[in-house]
Design a protein around this ligand. Structure first.
Ligand code: ADP
Length: 482
């Protein structure tokens, strides 16, 4: 490859904002390709779910329908496309993949035929990729839904694209019964420990780890953590065997979308030199939700209500510390058990406000209103909330783990010249450590001068995709050289 050539990238993701979103993966699928497109040629391919708004985005059929044979079945597939900015987005439509109410299944469940659905998606990706007039250099895969592409590329002698596989969260691996092998039209030869076999079943994430040319995760620290039993979810040994091709690249956030200066859902826009206007957002928010005391620090939590996010220790610590002179607001949805526990907590303390649901605009107003963001996650591959919080001038309080440890430096090491953001970190994911962090936060809030200095510093940091995009492009180049 000549050094001057612009690489051609095909980015594959099962969700991409604004077309389809269930979590942070969609934000990455939106932000990273856009940032890379400034320097190279990028196309993005994703499933055409029923909820994708075709008219709104001008999505139109691409060519005629064709058949994919997989296992003993044939499936009809239609491709679609639209262009946004410099990027062409291609969509795969096929009945089992597309005609469903949810992306992956109802809350806390996955559709039984998810192996087949995403296997079909992967096969369609390869067909479209090979039809392209100018060949792609890199196929960038994300999570188990796309992992099979790495195996299919290895099987296909006519396909010399290099593959990069990114793991966004090792807790989701795509594990299915052995029968899925046949449905996917894969040889029994893959039913071995060094390929797809996983305790008598098959594990699609393993296909990405085993067959991709490079494997990445979404922070350098998470890339180290997943090699240990504590964070490896049973794949630590397998990952260790492939560690020579494993690295970590921290995500960014879309700084145009998350921008206190221009965010049109806020009561007042502000920058780091207009903190009085940030205070107006706090006043308006407190009034809206009926919390009292604009002089008291406001702590928020925003996120999925799952074990990963440390909701268990959060509830215990909040209950124990409710007598502090503060306000707390929580936004999220998730497991029923946590909903019930949080309702009990909020009914006991009038300084705790609770909102169940997913509400993007409300989340922006809360980041703008807050003094502190709570993020006591047991594990966190990267995490976006802490970066959004720093950008809006809310100081993050984080368990020192994964992407949180990498993106939030401890205020004890505060240095005005550093390019990093600062927050309050605690080392153990337990109630006592979180409780101690609350006291540190209340202490910092009382030291107005220092508190403001940290907020101003954080708001001026660069959390954009620029650096991550440069790291991925450098990785692609290294992969191309091998
Ligand atoms: P995840 O593990 O859920 O992907 P991340 O921190 O990577 O966590 O990304 C979470 C994203 O979703 C952030 O942009 C956060 O603000 C947003 N978010 C999470 N829960 C909610 C909610 N209930 N309402 C609005 N936004 C939410």
């Amino acid at each position: 490859v000549s050094k001057k050539k612009r690489l051609k990238i095909l980015y594959v993701s099962s969700e991409v904002y604004p077309f389809a979103k269930s979590g942070g993966l969609a934000d990455v699928g939106h932000g990273l390709p856009r940032a890379m497109a400034k320097k190279t040629d990028v196309s993005v391919i994703l499933p055409l779910y029923a909820q994708v708004e075709r008219e709104r985005f001008g999505i139109e059929a691409l060519g005629s329908p064709f058949k994919i044979e997989m296992g003993v079945q044939q499936y009809e597939v239609q491709l679609h496309a639209c262009k946004m900015g410099k990027i062409t987005y291609v969509f795969v439509e096929s009945e089992p993949l597309s005609r469903r109410e949810y992306l992956y299944g109802p809350p806390e469940m996955g559709y039984e035929d998810n192996a087949l659905r995403f296997g079909l998606f992967c096969r369609a990706v390869l067909i479209w990729m090979k039809k392209s007039k100018e060949p792609f250099d890199i196929l960038h895969l994300n999570d188990w839904q796309t992992a099979l592409c790495a195996l299919l590329v290895r099987e296909d002698a006519g396909c010399d694209v290099k593959t990069v596989f990114t793991i966004h969260n090792l807790a989701y691996q795509g594990v299915f019964e052995k029968e899925a092998l046949r449905q996917l039209g894969l040889s029994e030869a893959y039913f071995t420990m060094d390929a797809l076999e996983y305790y008598g079943r098959i594990n699609l994430l393993k296909a990405g780890i085993a067959f991709a040319d490079a494997v990445t995760t979404v922070s350098r620290i998470y890339a180290e953590e997943i090699l240990t039993p504590e964070f490896g979810f049973g794949l630590e040994g397998f990952l260790c065997a492939h560690r020579h091709k494993l690295s970590g690249i921290l995500n960014g956030i879309d700084t145009d979308h998350f921008s206190p200066e221009s965010d049109n859902v806020l009561w007042e826009n502000y920058d780091e030199n207009e903190l009085a206007k940030k205070a107006e957002n706090k006043k308006a928010y407190l009034k809206q939700v009926g919390l009292k005391g604009k002089k008291k620090p406001l702590f928020i939590f925003i996120g999925r209500l799952t074990a990963q996010k440390g909701v268990d220790i959060l509830i215990e610590a909040l209950d124990a510390a409710a007598e502090l002179d503060w306000n707390i607001a929580l936004l999220g949805e998730g497991e029923g058990l946590y909903h019930r526990k949080l309702e009990t907590l909020a009914s006991r303390h009038e300084n705790i406000h609770l909102f169940f649901g997913y509400d993007e605009a409300l989340s922006h107003r809360m980041y703008a209103a807050a003094d502190f963001l709570l993020m006591p996650s047991h594990f966190e591959p990267c995490g976006l909330n802490q970066m959004i919080a720093m950008r809006y001038g809310a100081v993050p309080i984080v368990h020192s783990v994964g992407g949180l440890k990498e993106s939030v430096q401890d205020i004890g090491d505060f240095n005005k010249k550093s390019a990093h953001g600062y927050g309050i970190r605690f080392d153990a994911p337990d109630t006592a450590a979180l409780r101690a962090a609350f006291d540190d936060a209340v202490g910092l809030y009382a030291d107005k001068k220092k508190f403001k200095k940290i907020i101003r510093h954080n708001m001026a940091c660069d959390f954009s995709w620029k650096q991550s995009a440069a790291s991925y492009l450098a990785l692609y180049k290294r992969v191309m050289e091998h």
